[in-house]
Design a protein around this ligand. Structure first.
Ligand code: ZN
Length: 187
């Protein structure tokens, strides 16, 4: 019984009915969803067929919920490994190969040993072979031009990137709230 419920996460939308996050997709486990419903913090937008019982009532497990209060987004995304990869579409910025995160590395465009800093503007996603080949050189010295000059994305740009990476599992009730203006890009 619980095993089935574990497969009933809710897609969490902001008060503007856009997902709180595309990638990773904002999903809450059913326990958190039910709690938020009882605390009156969310509106239930869609439900699973699955029914659960509390001591006093029975109700269907929500599949899509929307926050009642708009959660403002930070304008500036965190400078994290994941966000750098997302900005670069999980693509090596030298050879253009798209790879899973665990096969990607960070590359300092201007090497650290030459004063290059660890910033949005100087760090790109790179595959292992390109990173090794480039080694302690600048792109010009290594004759390895960047596909795109790195810069600091804003939150909306990162969200747009995230739309290109659909999750493994999509409940049908979520589709109305995702990808409304972009093609599914199977990866
Ligand atoms: Zn590469």
């Amino acid at each position: 019984m619980l095993a089935t419920l574990e497969k009933c996460p809710a897609l969490v939308l902001n008060a503007d009915f856009r997902p709180l996050s595309y990638f990773p997709l904002s999903l809450w486990p059913w326990q958190d969803t039910v709690k938020a419903v009882f605390l009156d913090r969310v509106n239930v937008v869609s439900e699973y067929d699955r029914v659960i019982h509390s001591p006093s009532r029975a109700f269907r497990v929500p599949s899509v919920i929307a926050l009642k209060e708009y959660a403002p987004r930070a304008r500036r995304p965190a400078f994290t490994r994941f966000n750098v990869f997302l900005r670069d579409r999980f693509t090596c910025q030298y050879c253009g190969n798209r790879l899973p995160a665990h096969d990607l590395t960070f590359d300092h465009v201007i090497p650290r040993s030459r004063g290059g800093r660890t910033t949005w503007g100087n760090v790109v996603a790179a595959c292992g072979p390109c990173n090794m080949h480039k080694a302690n050189r600048t792109p010009r010295e290594a004759s390895m031009p960047l596909i795109r000059a790195p810069d600091e994305p804003d939150t909306y740009q990162l969200q747009d990137m995230g739309r290109a990476f659909p999750p493994n599992f999509l409940h049908e009730s979520w589709r109305d709230f995702l990808y409304w203006d972009s093609e599914l890009d199977p990866w």
